[in-house]
Design a protein around this ligand. Structure first.
Ligand SMILES: NC(=O)c1ccc[n+]([C@@H]2O[C@H](COP(=O)([O-])OP(=O)(O)OC[C@H]3O[C@@H](n4cnc5c(N)ncnc54)[C@H](OP(=O)(O)O)[C@@H]3O)[C@@H](O)[C@H]2O)c1
Length: 304
C-alpha cells in the first residue's frame, strides 16, 4: 500500500469543513501540506496546530481559486521546495441559494460557476504539467452526489458538480497513458459550513437541513480520500460515493421527527452576512404537502 509519507499534497479550500478534515488526517499520515483558501487566518491557525501535533511541514497561501490571475501568480510565487506537487485535492467549492431557476440570483450563479468549475480548472492547469513532466501525481476531485442527480432549488450548483464529474472523466482519459491517477470522492449530505454559506450565514436555516437525520462528518469524507490516495500505484479509484445511512438520493432523506432539532456546534464563518430571502419556507411546504416529487411521507429534499 502507498502511504502519504513525504508526499507534497495541495488541498484547496482547507480553511474549513472537508478540506480542513483532510489536512488534519493527511498531516497525521506524514504528508507535506500546501494549504490554500481565502481565509488565511484560519489556515495559519490550523498549520500551527498541525505542526505542533505532528511536526509536519506545512506551507499556507492565500488563494481565490476563481481569480485566474491570482491563481497563476500564486503558483509562480511558490517557494522551490513547494513547487513539485505530488497530490492535488480540488476541494474548494460552495453553493449559494435555493431559489428556483426562474428567480435565481445571477450573482449566486456566477460565484458557484467561478469557484466550482473555473477555479478547479485554473488550479488543475497550473499543477498538472509538472506532474506529467515528473511522471507522477494524483488528482482527487471532491465532487458530490449532486454531480449525479439534480434536485429542485439546486439546478446551478448541481450543474457545476455535473461539470466537475465530466471534467474528472475527461481528464482521466487524457492521462490514460501516464502513471498519473484521477480520482473523485462524492459525498452526500455532510455537515460543514456548506449550508451556512449557502444560506448566507443564516444558522437556523442551515441547521434545518440536518433535522432528524445524521449527516456525514467532514472526517468521513477525508477518510474516503485517504483510502483512494493510498492504493497501490496500479490501482486508480475512479470515484467513491458516500451517503449518510438515511439518505438514498438527492431528494430522498428519511427524517426521524422524534429527534430534537439539529443544532450545529460549528463556529460562525466570518464574511457571510445573513440573507432572509434565501430559504423561502422550502421545508415547510413539503412537510405540509408531504408530496414532494420523488420523496416519501416523512422525508424531505436534502441539499448537498
Ligand atoms: N457539505 C456537503 O454536504 C457537501 C456534499 C458534497 C460535496 N461537497 C463539496 O465539498 C467541498 C468542500 O465543501 P465543505 O462541505 O467542506 O464546505 P465548507 O466548510 O464551506 O468549505 C468550503 C471551503 O472552500 C473554500 N472556498 C470557497 N470558495 C473559495 C474560493 N473562491 N477560493 C478558494 N477557496 C474557496 C472555503 O475557504 P475560504 O472561504 O476561506 O476561501 C472553504 O475552505 C465543496 O466542493 C463542496 O461542493 C460538500
Amino acid at each position: 500500500m502507498f502511504d502519504l509519507m513525504g508526499r507534497t499534497i495541495l488541498i484547496t479550500g482547507a480553511s474549513s469543513g472537508i478540506g480542513e478534515a483532510m489536512a488534519r488526517l493527511f498531516a497525521r499520515e506524514g504528508g507535506r501540506l500546501l494549504l490554500c483558501a481565502r481565509r488565511t487566518d484560519r489556515l495559519e491557525e490550523l498549520a500551527a496546530e498541525l505542526r505542533a501535533a505532528h511536526e509536519c511541514d506545512i506551507h499556507v497561501f492565500h488563494l481565490d481559486v476563481g481569480d485566474r490571475d491570482q491563481v497563476s501568480m500564486a503558483f509562480r510565487g511558490l517557494p522551490d521546495s513547494w513547487s513539485s506537487i505530488d497530490v492535488l485535492v480540488n476541494n474548494a467549492g460552495l453553493s449559494r441559494g435555493m431559489d428556483p431557476v426562474q428567480e435565481g440570483s445571477l450573482d449566486d450563479w456566477d460565484e458557484m460557476i467561478r469557484t466550482n468549475v473555473s477555479g478547479l480548472l485554473y488550479v488543475t492547469r497550473q499543477v498538472l504539467p509538472g506532474m506529467v513532466r515528473r511522471g507522477r501525481g494524483d488528482i482527487l476531485n471532491i465532487v458530490s452526489t449532486a454531480g449525479h442527480e439534480a434536485y429542485p432549488g439546486g439546478a446551478v450548483y448541481c450543474a457545476t458538480k455535473h461539470a466537475v464529474d465530466a471534467f474528472t472523466q475527461g481528464l482521466r482519459k487524457d492521462l490514460v497513458s501516464t502513471p498519473l491517477r484521477v480520482m473523485a470522492v462524492s459525498p452526500g449530505m455532510t455537515e460543514t459550513e456548506f449550508s451556512l454559506v449557502r444560506f448566507h450565514g443564516d444558522r437556523e436555516q442551515a441547521d434545518r437541513v440536518y433535522n432528524g437525520m445524521t449527516p456525514l462528518a467532514a472526517r468521513d469524507v477525508a477518510e474516503a480520500a485517504l483510502f483512494a490516495l493510498t492504493r497501490p500505484a496500479h490501482v486508480q479509484v475512479g470515484e467513491i460515493i458516500l451517503w449518510p445511512t438515511n439518505q438514498a438520493g438527492s431528494t430522498l432523506v428519511a427524517r426521524d421527527s422524534s429527534k430534537p432539532p439539529h443544532s450545529s456546534t460549528l463556529p460562525p464563518p466570518h464574511s457571510v452576512p445573513p440573507n432572509e430571502s434565501a430559504w423561502r419556507g422550502f421545508y415547510e411546504l413539503n412537510e405540509e404537502e408531504s408530496g414532494f416529487p420523488g420523496s416519501e411521507p416523512g422525508t424531505s429534499p436534502p441539499i448537498v
